[in-house]
Design a protein around this ligand. Structure first.
Ligand code: UD1
Length: 414
């Protein structure tokens, strides 16, 4: 069963700050990033109960307006509280996320767009501080369809005066979910899922109940885990429509896939063909599946050219794959993957979330044992991964204790 989507759950949690009262989210994945966002919400004054996959967030009338460095540096999505805090409190102080292992990831688009709506920003000892005496709806043209910037403008605009139009908005499914959730809270949003989103500001919003949809990136990762071992899997809860380009690339590699009543089934029983692909904002090939797809193509028949267009440096996994016998060369924004007949198990190190799971996928298909170090990167975004892989038939001696420990040992689910 595919878990709830990390990138939806985090945005819905941040957006809950827009309304005083009790929001309830279902199908929330129990992963480290969700626990970090729980800490962020608590830090700004909300109380959070998380039992099983159901999370209740009680938001008070007055909030603190700071997301501190200790939390933002653990997870960039903490900056998603910027829009809601500015809209509700007229003030937000968010630590700058700084660089990370996949590139510099600045906040300039967020700042520029919210600035046009009447917020003024300054930098203060590593923090981006925004103040406003009231946001006003504007036409915002994003230079790049950034998901985070689209989300912060969208949430801020729900309580702004007048109409906001976001042009060149991100179109990812999590934006559509966020907009649906906001509408349930009483916001007036249309066009989410297209490049133009319109928001008519309202006076106040009310809490809502919402079910987090399944995670397309987890679905894609598990599909590649099965294909790397030349096996098959039915991904219960997966939605093919969200993975169009990815699935067409799997088909081009010689894998079969079909939608079933319960999800999506994929399989392959021979060595895959090489496939070229380029990452792009949705509906293009997701950058969050680039590393895993490279891991799969390492043993393809032929040479694949992979172009990374979304992040400036997202190939840290390539050197580690080389330790397993892969033949991949990085040239600027491109990786040239020369397929080898098989990989060999080896000790390797995860440097980021998706690159880390790529190493797990490569290890599953490799001959012999592998040890993936710094697995905490993977624990940020994959619920019960060792268990799910075992159910696929893999021999995983993951330190399951470490896995659950990483999910906040001090956390009291009640
Ligand atoms: C989100 C996802 C992440 C995914 C990424 C791209 C979440 C929690 N994370 O991250 O998994 O890999 O989308 O699909 O949903 N940029 C700027 N200035 C800005 C904002 C972004 O230059 O102000 C650049 C970034 O450096 C990056 C590109 O735009 O190169 C995409 O960033 P963005 O879409 O904002 O990604 P995130 O929302 O951070």
């Amino acid at each position: 069963m595919v878990s709830g989507a990390k990138n939806s759950a985090l945005k819905l949690m941040a957006a809950s700050l827009l309304a005083e009262g009790r929001t309830v989210l279902a199908n929330v994945p129990r992963i480290a990033d969700v626990f970090t966002m729980t800490d962020v919400l608590r830090h700004v004054g909300a109380s959070v109960d998380f039992l099983g996959d159901v999370m209740a967030i009680e938001v008070p009338g007055q909030l603190n307006s700071e997301a501190p460095y200790e939390l933002v540096h653990r997870m960039r999505a903490s900056v998603n509280v910027l829009g809601p805090l500015l809209a509700r409190q007229g003030h937000a102080r968010v630590a700058m996320p700084g660089g990370c292992n996949i590139g510099s990831r600045p906040l300039d688009l967020h700042e520029e767009a919210l600035g046009r709506m009447g917020a003024s920003f300054h930098f203060d000892h590593g923090y981006l501080e925004g103040v406003t005496s009231g946001l006003t709806g504007r036409r915002i043209v994003l230079e790049f369809p950034s998901r985070g910037a689209t989300e912060n403008v969208l949430t801020a605009a729900t309580l702004a005066r007048g109409r906001t139009v976001i042009d060149n908005a991100a179109r990812e499914p999590d934006i559509v979910d966020l907009a649906r959730f906001l509408c349930q809270m009483g916001a007036q949003v249309s066009g989410a899922g297209t490049s133009t989103i319109e928001i008519e500001g309202v006076e106040a919003m009310t809490p809502a109940t919402y079910r987090v949809p399944s995670d397309p990136i987890e679905a894609g990762s598990l599909a590649l885990a099965a294909l790397a071992t030349r096996g098959e899997v039915e991904l219960l809860g997966a939605r093919a429509a969200e993975l169009d380009v990815f699935l067409s690339k799997l088909a081009a590699s010689g894998a079969r896939w079909r939608s079933t009543v319960a999800g999506v089934e994929v399989g392959i029983d021979h060595r895959p063909n090489a496939v070229d692909f380029a990452t792009l904002p949705y509906p293009g090939f997701p950058t969050d599946l680039q590393a895993q797809m490279i891991a799969y193509l390492c043993t393809a028949d032929g040479t694949s050219i992979v172009t990374e267009n979304v992040f400036e440096s997202r190939f840290a996994h390539v050197a580690e794959l080389g330790r397993m016998g892969a033949d991949v060369r990085v040239e600027g924004h491109q990786a040239v993957v020369r397929g080898v007949p098989r990989l060999e198990g080896a000790p390797v190190t995860a440097h980021d979330l998706r690159g880390g799971v790529a190493l797990v996928i490569a290890a599953l298909g490799a001959e012999g044992d592998s040890v993936v170090h710094d697995i905490h990167h993977v624990e940020r975004g994959y619920e019960d991964l060792p268990d799910k892989l075992r159910r696929l038939g893999a021999e995983v001696e993951a330190e399951v204790e470490a896995w659950s420990d990483a999910v906040d040992p001090s956390f009291d689910p009640l």
